[in-house]
Write a protein that binds this ligand. Structure first.
Ligand SMILES: NC(=O)c1ccc[n+]([C@@H]2O[C@H](COP(=O)([O-])OP(=O)(O)OC[C@H]3O[C@@H](n4cnc5c(N)ncnc54)[C@H](OP(=O)(O)O)[C@@H]3O)[C@@H](O)[C@H]2O)c1
Length: 303
């Protein structure tokens, strides 16, 4: 590894694996850190001497310290969408986020990018959103110059968002909407967000910055569904379903091994998820974000 090594916690995930590729394109060596390093071996051609996949668990001090030893930069792209056992929103998004930041500071790491989400708010009623907000504060307290990356909901060919909507629009003659479909969304292409993380780490400014990464268009949820259906040549009938019903359904669905809908997803769809025009974002990083329609056409053509 050279002196510009970046350790990516969660580097095998939906966003993390793209962050790894974009960092490599920018000339960084990368250490992929996750609990299943074999996944890193399968995802990447590890004949690249500048790429390594190592076992690390962000709940464990020793493991975090080992994974970031000697690194120039660190990215935390670890997620948790459903709580189970000791894996709680607090343990992952607050305690472990703080652990990574504190260890990075102690090890003399120069740049830390912590991936959070638009709307993160330590005063939120939603447990998930509140823990994301508390996590940001804990990271900033431990690593004063931390970069916070707040993506909007992300889409891409292997996502759980757009592909699920598309599949359901194709299968269901009547499509149940979250509430009345009024929540505002600004979906961001996952490759654009990964490039934003790489450019933010490469940037010469060494002070704390929070980037909000939203796509080129703000839709209401209903407009978004209609736009996706239009691109796919579908004419669904959209019917409003109250959020209370979705909460009950999500509660039951979370008992399944791969829940199709979770309570935190429902909570996230109750509040607008749009980047603030006052915050730095794709524009400041010189990125023109791709539209859902453009990527969806590529996805439909490649089938
Ligand atoms: N997806 C979206 O639309 C979206 C929108 C806004 C913000 N975000 C945020 O973006 C970040 C990345 O999300 P994602 O959707 O890409 O997540 P993801 O696909 O679920 O990937 C999570 C990654 O974290 C690793 N991981 C999980 N627990 C770990 C632990 N205890 N120690 C070490 N590694 C661990 C996983 O690998 P192992 O399981 O092998 O450890 C995997 O590499 C998260 O902070 C998420 O909240 C996502």
């Amino acid at each position: 590894m050279n002196d510009r090594t970046v350790t990516v916690f969660g580097g095998t995930g939906f966003l993390g694996r793209r962050v790894v590729r974009h960092l490599r394109k920018h000339g960084f060596s990368v250490q992929i850190a996750s609990r299943h390093p074999d996944r890193g071996h399968r995802l990447f051609a590890l004949d690249d001497p500048q790429l390594q996949s190592v076992e690390a668990n962000i709940h464990d001090e020793r493991s975090v310290a080992d994974a970031l030893a000697g690194a120039y930069g660190v990215v935390n792209a670890v997620s948790l969408y459903v709580e189970h056992g000791h894996q709680t929103f607090h343990s992952v998004h607050v305690e472990s986020a703080q652990r990574v930041a504190a260890q990075a500071h102690r090890a003399g790491v120069e740049r830390l990018a912590h991936v959070s989400g638009i709307g993160a708010d330590a005063a939120s009623q939603s447990l998930y959103v509140r823990k994301r907000g508390e996590g940001e504060l804990a990271v900033q307290a431990a690593f004063a110059d931390a970069l916070l990356i707040r993506p909007a909901v992300m889409f891409g060919p292997d996502d759980a968002f757009l592909t699920t909507i598309l599949k359901l629009l194709r299968r269901l003659p009547i499509y149940p909407m979250f509430g009345r479909g009024l929540t505002a969304l600004q979906p961001a292409f996952v490759e654009d967000v990964a490039e934003a993380v790489a450019r933010a780490l490469q940037g010469t400014e060494k002070h704390a910055i929070t980037y909000e990464c939203g796509g080129p268009r703000v839709y209401s949820y209903e407009e978004f569904l209609r736009a996706v259906a239009h691109e796919a040549g579908l004419k669904p009938m959209l019917i409003p379903i109250p959020f209370a019903a979705w909460h009950a359904l999500a509660w039951i669905s979370e008992m399944l091994p791969s829940p199709p809908v979770t309570r935190n997803q429902v909570e996230l769809l109750q509040v607008d998820n749009v980047s603030s025009p006052e915050m730095p974002g794709f524009g400041q990083l010189g990125i023109s974000p791709h539209s859902v329609e453009e990527i969806l056409q590529q996805m439909l053509w490649s089938r």
